[in-house]
Design a binder for this molecule. Sequence first.
Ligand code: ADP
Length: 450
Amino acid sequence: MFTKILIANRGEIACRVIKTARAMGILTVAVYSDADKNAMHVQMADEAVYLGGSPSRESYLLSQKVIDAALLTGAQAIHPGYGFLSENSEFCRLCEQNNIVFIGPPIGAIEAMGSKSAAKNIMQQANVPLVPGYHGDDQSMAVIKQAADDMGYPVLLKATAGGGGKGMRQVWSEKEFKSEFEAVKREALSSFGDDRMLVEKYLTQPRHVEIQVFCDNHGNAVYLFERDCSVQRRHQKVIEEAPAFNMSPELRAKMGESAIKSAQAIGYQGAGTVEFLLDIDGSFYFMEMNTRLQVEHPVTEMITGQDLVEWQLRVAANETLPKTQQELSIQGHAFEARIYAEDPDNDFLPATGHLQFLQAPAESKHVRVDTGVRQGDDVSVFYDPMIAKLIVWDENREKALQRLTKALMEYRIQGVTTNIDFLHNLASCEAFKNEDIDTGFIEKNHDEIF
Ligand code: ADP
């Protein structure tokens, strides 16, 4: 096992990784920007190295500076967290060249999943079901439109280089095609520097169900069941839960095995998530694979009793997976709510400010709070304004949901506008209780939530 690792991230995920490293007796090195000089992750780590200015491109995104920090402190491995350099194959390559272990998948796997259309090609060959559509090289409007006309509307245009819910547009009829096509092209070019796109049948009431997979360097692969992330706003997750409701053991096994097949098709190692759309008729389709530890990984930890960061460290150190498929099981039910500094009454505009008062609900075996800020800290304009992830667990969905609404009520934050009331309204919705949930949930229940 490593004796020292560097965490190339900030905020809650940096703190989360440090916790597990410390429990395993591994020393930690934090990195930081001007804005983060006194940040919680810096205080928690054994050592810290200054990177540069507050904007990420002057600090957390500077690959060479991060590598230099690892070399300077003698860190043997780098945990990238999520975002920043976590899915950057150039950064992986730099790690390799400097004999530093990248705690994540091999370069080839990151590259294979970096483009939505390339990923679909690979999955097609591996016989993983795909949403019907066109993801070819010919990018002329005529060809893409023909594919849409043939499938029938509505369709979804997606930037192949897209992510984070950006560069995606629904087209409801042939008439709208041209203007939406041009809009996606523009957005894709400005956000991702790549204007290629694919077109898919737009499913009108799907659920987003994703499978957590893990592979080691010795040919073993397991799935740690699923998470339902259907509650989304603008294609971004708001509340996640595990296990997914209304899943038969057969469907769970089928999706799990498909996810493993997807991972193996690209020679995967480490933690990965295979995202599927689950249609009302029980068919499921591969959407994409995320080659990192995801924001919502704690709900999986709560229902399996496993520490996924520990698994990542063990796999990166060439150990075998801590458990076999037969040894893994689901206990109870977990929810995660993403607590954000943002204004639900003003189109969810990110909010900034000084956390004058901050009191999270008390932690217990039922309540977990993953955060990277303390009372007195600032929420700045420079980074994602997530304040914390509130995670709750209980023996069944109903009880876990009661824990969630109670914990949300106990959360006290002053100084910064937050989405806590919005989350509470959402979790209290009849339809949420009744599992009447698909990706259109927030829109459909707008009046009750706002
Ligand atoms: P990103 O990489 O930007 O997160 P994804 O491809 O993962 O984009 O899709 C994000 C969300 O968009 C999904 O969780 C789902 O809600 C919606 N979505 C994606 N593809 C489809 C589709 N074909 N039909 C309906 N909804 C879709």
